[in-house]
Design a protein around this ligand. Structure first.
Ligand SMILES: [Zn+2]
Length: 374
C-alpha cells in the first residue's frame, strides 16, 4: 500500500468505527435511480444538443435510461452466479423513484399545474416490454431484487415548474423530449442544476409540497410492491430534518444519509449535518444509517474492484455491514450494451472476490441488514 492508500484506509476505519457492531460479515448492495427517468434515448440526447439545450455529457445523461427486460435478466443472472456461505445468491436492493413527471399533461395545462405518473406508466410510454414488471416481481420473489425508496420523483419539482412557468426556452424544449435534467440554469443554485435533488428548496413555503411527496411516494411504493419500504435514500443525499417526521409517519423506519449530509436553508444555500456510521438506534422515531462502500464501474475514475474491496475490508474490520452504494446507470444496456456487459462483469468480479476473501460472508437485502442493526 502506498502512502495515500494507507491514509485512505485510516480514514475508512475512522468513519466505520462509531456505532454498535454486527457479528456477521454482511454485504448489501444498494442501487439508486431505478424507476426514475434520465435520458429517454441517445437520439433524444443528440437532438436536444443540436437544439441548444445545455446537457452535461455525464455518464448519466449519455447512458442512464429506464432498463428493459434484458438488462434485468442479465443482472439477475449475474447475481445468481455467486453464492454466500448459506448458499444464497447475491442481492441488489434497488432504490426506486416511484413516479415521473407526466410531461404531456403538464404542457396541456399550460405549465400551470404539475402532474406525475407511476414509473410503471413511464415503462409503457417508453415502449418497454409489457411484462417488465413481472420480471421485477420474479426478482423480488426470488429474494435477489428487493426494492426500497429513493423518493417520489428524482426531480426538484417546484424549481423545475418555476422555470417552465417563466417560459425558460431550454427547459421547455427539453420537456418536448421527455427530459428534465437541464444544466446551466440562470439563477438556480449550482447544487440544484439539473433539478435532481428532490428535497432542495429555496423558501420555506415549498416544504408542504415536499412533505406531501413523501406520503404520496410511500403510498405509491406500497401500491406497486405490496409492502412498506424499510429505508429511504433521498435523491443526491439531500434532505432536511424538517421532513423526518413525515418519513416516519408514512411508515418508513430508516433514512440513509451521507457522512456530510446537505440540507437547504430558506435562502436556497446549503448547510450540512455530520453523521458517522450510525447514530444510536432510537425506538419510535426515524433512524439513520450510512453507506460505507461504493461501486461505480462506469465512472470515468473507476479502475478496478480494489477500492471497493478496501472499503468492504474496513467495514468488516470494524464489525460493520458492508453497504455498497451503486447506481442503475452501471448496469444499463439499452443505449449501449457494452456498458451493461462491463458493469456486470465488474460486479461479478467484485462478488467473487468477496466470497473468496471472506468465505463466511452473508448476502442480505437492505431490510434484512437493518433488522440486524436494531
Ligand atoms: Zn439518485
Amino acid at each position: 500500500m502506498n502512502l495515500s492508500a494507507i491514509k485512505y484506509n485510516v480514514l475508512l476505519h475512522l468513519k466505520n468505527m462509531p456505532g454498535p457492531t454486527v457479528n456477521k460479515k454482511i454485504v448489501v448492495i444498494e442501487a439508486d435511480d431505478y424507476g426514475g427517468i434520465r435520458i429517454p434515448s441517445a437520439e433524444a440526447y443528440h437532438k436536444m444538443k443540436a437544439a441548444g439545450v445545455a446537457i452535461d455529457p455525464s455518464r448519466y445523461n449519455l447512458l442512464d435510461t429506464l432498463e428493459n427486460k434484458a438488462d434485468l435478466e442479465a443482472l439477475f443472472e449475474t447475481l445468481q452466479t455467486v453464492k454466500d456461505s448459506n448458499g444464497h445468491a447475491a442481492i441488489v436492493s434497488p432504490f426506486v423513484n416511484v413516479a415521473n413527471p407526466d410531461f404531456e399533461k403538464i404542457k396541456a395545462a399550460g405549465y400551470q399545474e404539475y402532474f406525475y405518473e407511476p414509473f410503471t406508466t413511464t415503462f409503457e410510454k417508453y415502449g418497454r416490454e409489457s411484462n417488465l414488471m413481472t420480471v421485477w416481481k420474479q426478482g423480488i420473489s426470488e429474494g435477489i431484487f428487493t426494492p426500497e425508496l429513493h423518493g417520489r420523483e428524482h426531480l426538484s419539482v417546484q424549481l423545475w415548474m418555476n422555470e417552465l412557468q417563466k417560459g425558460n426556452h431550454q427547459v421547455r424544449t427539453a420537456l418536448e423530449y421527455g427530459f428534465a435534467a437541464v444544466n446551466n440554469i440562470e439563477g438556480v443554485h449550482q447544487y440544484a442544476q439539473e433539478f435532481r435533488p428532490e428535497f432542495y428548496f429555496t423558501n420555506n413555503k415549498q416544504q408542504a409540497f415536499l412533505k406531501q411527496s413523501i406520503s404520496e411516494g410511500v403510498k405509491l411504493f406500497t401500491t406497486i410492491f405490496g409492502y412498506l419500504p424499510t429505508a429511504f435514500t433521498p435523491s443526491n443525499s439531500h434532505f432536511h430534518h424538517n421532513f423526518e417526521q413525515a418519513v416516519f409517519d408514512a411508515g418508513v423506519k430508516f433514512l440513509s444519509v451521507g457522512h456530510n449530509n446537505p440540507y437547504s436553508q430558506p435562502n436556497g444555500d446549503l448547510a450540512f449535518d455530520r453523521f458517522t456510521f450510525r447514530q444510536k438506534i432510537r425506538p419510535n422515531q426515524l433512524n439513520y444509517y450510512i453507506r460505507n462502500c461504493a461501486f461505480e464501474p462506469n465512472d470515468p475514475a473507476y479502475k478496478n474492484i480494489d477500492i471497493t474491496m478496501m472499503q468492504v475490508a474496513a467495514a468488516f474490520h470494524c464489525s460493520k455491514p458492508a453497504i455498497i452504494s451503486t447506481h442503475r446507470v452501471n448496469f444499463g444496456g439499452v443505449i449501449d450494451s457494452k456498458n451493461r456487459d462491463k458493469g456486470l462483469k465488474e460486479l461479478q468480479a467484485l462478488l467473487k472476490a468477496i466470497v473468496q476473501r471472506w468465505p463466511d460472508v452473508v448476502f442480505m437485502s437492505n431490510a434484512e441488514m437493518l433488522g440486524e442493526l436494531v
